[in-house]
Design a protein. Structure first.
Lengths: 127, 472
């Protein structure tokens, strides 16, 4: 089974993606991650204005099979949260790279993006 | 055996209606001896005849499945039959005394509790036992607090508890709840503790290693003496999770293996009800060195008289009184009825039954030799589908998809209560399902009161009280 790994963004080894748009970075989890988790039933996210740190947990995702921490791909202040996921967590399964996004973070250190995996390297990891 | 479960529904396909949906009447509130501000003006209460009431509960029980219905080999849960005589013993009115009565006036109750402490201590090889913790997980938490208090008393604060990856989830939770960092210990290739991994996990921060033996795969940790030495050399303590004690009764004791603390799951090993049977109990035993840290009060016997005392460095109370009396009485009654030979025989038959059943099923059992339970693999089938389909054969399925070391795990523990005929019926159910195709599995269950449950829908749309039903 092969999973989508769009090459417009970068990836954490822990399966979060980071999509840069100017000074902000949008964050979600990969197609592979949502498939491994199975049906997502609950997503816990930080509030707008909170600070997150690269490599540290920013939230929790719960499926019918497992509960996992979510790890920030970059550091910075949270500028937007996808509140639609609180009522419709299934969007993470249905459209992990689109409507299933979780956070927008104001990028504080551009160099952090270089530490993430390219789409190609991430695709190899989950192949 | 052929099976079709009763299914009572109304014209809208809703199961047996609630009592309040059947017939209600306005209660007479006029002469309530309470101030007006505390009483309601009107109150609708169910108003049914005794036969209507009896039928309601009988119908619900007919749509349920329990160990009174058929085999219930839910692995790691030790779903023994709950002998009905223990209910009779627990119902003796003389035992129902107020928990704050003076010790002199409840000598009989204290004698029973003292003897149960003694029985459990001898069964586990422990020097002192508290009966207070109200559940297995509460016992774990109590045991972890005792370990913490012991280290602190020695001026030796330690921050880590080591837990094998395959351990029960409560082990991780108990350690975390007591403020420790959890160090997860990967399993070895043979399904047992990997001594090299343990060596690297141990440090002067290690407060406790939590193990169950036989472990979650039913395998005896044959290196237990070496494990005990390694943990103690590092200054840590060894905790025994009583989940699998049913394999050992009368043959081996955690205390003799080097364990310092253990909890007993009386609902598993000693045949008291699993939930639904009222408040539970998870007694904790410790070696002598840790006895001063047990919860207070403890029951003691002096010159033929029973009394209460507070251990010197007690962690405090973990229950409002001396423990949940009724369930402790049931455990006592079970142990007293079986005696030493009966308990040893129960364990022997539990191990024999697991091994016989495993030898009769087509699914592969990758790890062994095992004791009172085994973990088979459903192979290419989905273990959850296998479980649903087994319901159609009139048996309860095994625990599924855990431990994760076995792919599509079917964790099976028939216990000693089943005879060969029932074990063969169980084996037939396993083997019939093993030969079925994906369509049959996906359509299951077909013969039960409730069909396939929408687990995702249930988790996404929580209904946390009966009032939430009104929102639908």
């Amino acid at each position: 089974m092969s999973f989508e790994t769009p090459d417009d963004r970068k990836y954490n080894e822990s399966h979060e993606w980071a999509l840069r748009d100017g000074g902000t970075v949008r964050v979600g989890i990969s197609d592979f991650a949502q498939d491994e988790l199975g049906d997502v039933v609950f997503v816990e996210l930080p509030d707008v204005g909170e600070a997150v740190t690269q490599g540290e947990a920013f939230g929790v995702i719960e499926s019918i099979k497992a509960v996992s921490d979510l790890y920030a791909p970059v550091s910075g202040e949270v500028t937007a949260v996808n509140e639609a996921l609180f009522d419709a967590p299934e969007q993470v399964n249905e459209d992990p790279f689109g409507d299933g996004w979780m956070l927008e973070i104001e990028l504080s250190d551009e160099a952090e993006l270089d530490e993430l995996l390219s789409a190609g390297d991430y695709a190899d990891q989950v192949a | 055996m052929n099976y079709d479960q009763a299914r009572w529904t109304d014209d809208d396909e809703r199961y047996e209606p609630l009592l309040s949906e059947k017939h209600t009447a306005e209660a007479d509130l006029d002469d309530a001896p309470l101030p007006d501000e505390l009483t309601r003006d009107s109150l609708e209460l169910p108003d049914l005849s005794e036969p209507e009431l009896a039928r309601h509960y009988t119908r619900l029980s007919e749509m349920n499945y329990g160990v009174d219905s058929g085999p219930y080999p839910l692995g790691s849960c030790t779903m023994k039959y709950n002998p009905k005589f223990t209910e009779d013993v627990a119902a003796i009115e003389a035992g129902a005394v107020h928990p704050d009565r003076s010790p002199e006036s409840v000598q009989g109750n204290l004698e029973l509790l003292y003897d149960l402490q003694d029985y459990l201590g001898r069964i586990g090889g422990m020097d002192a036992v508290t009966l207070q913790p109200p559940a297995g997980a509460a016992g774990e938490f109590t045991g972890v607090l005792v370990a913490k208090a012991y280290h602190e008393h020695n001026g030796d604060e330690r921050s880590e508890i080591i837990v094998p990856e395959s351990a029960h989830g409560t082990n991780f939770a108990s350690a975390a709840l007591a403020g420790f960092d959890v160090v997860s210990l990967p399993g070895g290739d043979d399904g047992r503790v990997d001594l090299d991994a343990l060596e690297s996990a141990l440090s002067d921060e290690t407060a406790l290693l939590m193990l169950t033996n036989p472990n979650t795969l039913g395998l005896f940790e044959r290196d237990i003496e070496e494990i005990s030495e390694m943990v103690h050399d590092a200054g840590g303590l060894l905790y025994y999770d009583g989940a699998n004690l049913n394999a050992l009764l009368g043959r081996a004791r955690p205390g003799d293996m080097g364990f310092d603390i253990m909890h007993y799951n009386v609902h598993k090993t000693f045949a008291t009800p699993h939930g639904g049977g009222g408040p539970g109990a998870g007694p904790v035993g410790v070696v002598g060195e840790l006895a001063p840290f047990l919860p207070k009060p403890q029951v003691e016997k002096r010159d033929g008289t029973y009394d209460l005392f507070d251990p010197e460095h007690s962690i405090g109370k973990v229950h409002g009184s001396l423990g949940n009396w009724l369930v402790l009485v049931k455990a006592y009654a079970y142990i007293a009825r079986l005696g030493d030979p009966g308990l040893a025989d129960a364990s022997a038959k539990a191990v024999l039954n697991a091994n016989y059943l495993a030898s009769q099923i087509e699914y592969e059992v990758p790890y062994g030799p095992f004791h009172h339970e085994f973990v088979a693999s459903a192979g290419d089938q989905d273990a959850a589908d296998v479980a649903k389909r087994m319901l159609d054969y009139g048996v309860h399925p095994p625990t599924t998809k855990w431990p994760e070391i076995v792919g599509e795990a079917l964790m099976t523990e028939p216990t000693e209560i089943e005879n060969k005929t029932t074990l063969d019926q169980l084996a037939d159910a396993f083997n019939a399902v093993a030969d079925e195709d994906q369509d049959a599995l996906a359509a299951a269950p077909e013969r039960t009161a409730a069909r396939r449950i929408d687990q995702t829908g249930a988790a996404r749309n929580l209904r946390l009280s009966w009032q939430a039903l009104d929102d639908e």
